[in-house]
Structures are given as structure tokens and as C-alpha cells.
Design a protein around this ligand. Structure first.
Ligand SMILES: Nc1nc2c(c(=O)[nH]1)N[C@H]1C(S)=C(S)[C@@H](COP(=O)(O)O)O[C@H]1N2
Ligand SMILES: [Mo]
Length: 235
């Protein structure tokens, strides 16, 4: 078995374990991270963190492989697309040396990158788009996380939606804050003015309608994670 195949094989096994845990959560949905399941979830994080190779890049696809307009599903918890609050700007903070607030203009002035990789939703669909934005590692460089930081939390201005990531996945070169899609400004449906996008996580980890990024020493949860979905959710 090649390293990559073995990694995928183990990942699938761990994800199956995660799904079994989801079944069990229905009994105890108020306290999904305590007791036996909480312990299992921590073990899972340890395994997946050890398996994650921060230097391994997901294949960048060609323009020919982009999903046709209209074929990239819009998946969301709400019935409508939330509008950004007046004077929207991204807050970046937590345990950092230099917290900042970045307007759309300030973000556009930071080094720009494009990533075109396959998106995988836990529901089973996948699609491809080209995403333009700023690497999260660039944002980290700006704010200077404390050495104790191990997690990054992403909060949406869509009420209730958030997620938290391991630091290594957040700093992966194909993890970006995206403000453009397929050469156009990001549309409302896909998370305007700014969303998280990454080659290394499942869809539900990619918070749309971003309001705040926090570098933290402790792990928090997420909208779907708090409902029993696997926390690490690597691809
Ligand atoms: N704010 C917010 N972010 C979100 C969601 C959501 O409902 N609200 N859905 C997640 C899920 S499950 C997926 S698969 C992707 C879908 O992104 P898309 O609508 O651009 O396809 O966004 C993720 N980020
Ligand atoms: Mo999803």
C-alpha cells in the first residue's frame, strides 16, 4: 500500500468510527462531547493530527474540470442568504500579538492566491470551482499567534454557524479566505463577502459569511460538530 493509499484507508476507517459515534449521540445530544464519546473524539483528533501531512498538496485541477455554472450546489443551514452587517470587516484575534480588523479593501491588498480543487460535502456530493483569496497562513503572519495556539475558530455572521480547526490544517497552503469564485466576486449564495475554503477539509468545516477568526489554545466546536459530525473532518 502506498503512503497515500494507506492514509486514505485509515481515514475511511476513522470516519466510519466517527459515523458510528453519530448514531450514539442521538441518546445524549445535549452533552455530545462528554463521557465516552468525548474521549473517542479526542483519540480521533490525535490520530488524524498525526496522519495529517501539512506538506502534502491536493491536486490543483484545470479550468476544464470546473463544475458548470449552476452545478456547484449551494448548501446552507438557513433558508436565505444572510446579508453582511453594515460596514462589514473581518475581525482577527485570540491569543495573538497584533489583533487586526480587515476590510474587504485591506484583504484585497494582501497577497492573492487561487486554488481549484474538489469540494467534498459529507452528504455525498462534490464539485469544483476556482477560489481566489488570501492564504490563512498570510493572516497568521500578520497577527503573530502565540506559541500556545493549537486551534483556529471561524465564526459566521450567519447566526449560529461556526467551526474550529487544528492549526496545521488552517495554515496549509491550500486553506484560504476566499472573496472570489471562478473569476467573479464571491456571490451571496456562496458566502460573500468572505468565506473559508480549503483542500484539506470536508465542506461543513468551510465557514461562509465570515465575521471572525480566532487563534486559540483550546479546542471549541462547530455548528455540525456540536451535532455529532466528526470534528477533524480531513479529506
Ligand atoms: N455560514 C455557513 N457556512 C457554511 C454552511 C452553512 O450552512 N452556513 N454550510 C457548510 C456546508 S455543509 C458546505 S458543504 C459548504 C457548502 O458551500 P457552498 O454552498 O459554496 O457549496 O459550506 C459550509 N459552510
Ligand atoms: Mo456540506
Amino acid at each position: 500500500m502506498s503512503g497515500a493509499t494507506r492514509r486514505r484507508f485509515l481515514g475511511a476507517g476513522l470516519r466510519t468510527a466517527g459515523l458510528l459515534a453519530v448514531g450514539g449521540l442521538a441518546c445524549d445530544s445535549n452533552r455530545p462531547r462528554t463521557g465516552f464519546l468525548g474521549v473517542m473524539e479526542r483519540v480521533n483528533e490525535r490520530f488524524q493530527r498525526a496522519l495529517f501531512d501539512p506538506g502534502r498538496l491536493a491536486p490543483e485541477l484545470s479550468e476544464r474540470e470546473e463544475s458548470l455554472p449552476g452545478d456547484f450546489p449551494m448548501y446552507r443551514i438557513g433558508d436565505d442568504y444572510p446579508a453582511p452587517p453594515e460596514g462589514w470587516a473581518l475581525r482577527v484575534g485570540g491569543l495573538v500579538a497584533r489583533p487586526v480588523t480587515l476590510s474587504a479593501d485591506a484583504l484585497a491588498r494582501l497577497p492573492r492566491t487561487r486554488t481549484r480543487v474538489r469540494h467534498h460535502c459529507v452528504e455525498g456530493w462534490s464539485a469544483v470551482a476556482a477560489w481566489d483569496g488570501v492564504r490563512l497562513s498570510e493572516i497568521a503572519r500578520l497577527v503573530g499567534p502565540d506559541p500556545r495556539v493549537r486551534y483556529v475558530e471561524f465564526r459566521s455572521f450567519e447566526p449560529g454557524y461556526y467551526s474550529s480547526w487544528d492549526l496545521e490544517s488552517a495554515l496549509h497552503p491550500q486553506t484560504i479566505l476566499a472573496y472570489g469564485m471562478n473569476g467573479q466576486p464571491l456571490a451571496r449564495e456562496y458566502g460573500a463577502p468572505l468565506r473559508l475554503y480549503s483542500a484539506v477539509k470536508l465542506g461543513y468545516k468551510m465557514v461562509k459569511y465570515l465575521a471572525e477568526v480566532s487563534f486559540l489554545p483550546v479546542r471549541t466546536g462547530g455548528y455540525w460538530e456540536d451535532r455529532g459530525y466528526e470534528w477533524f473532518a480531513g479529506v
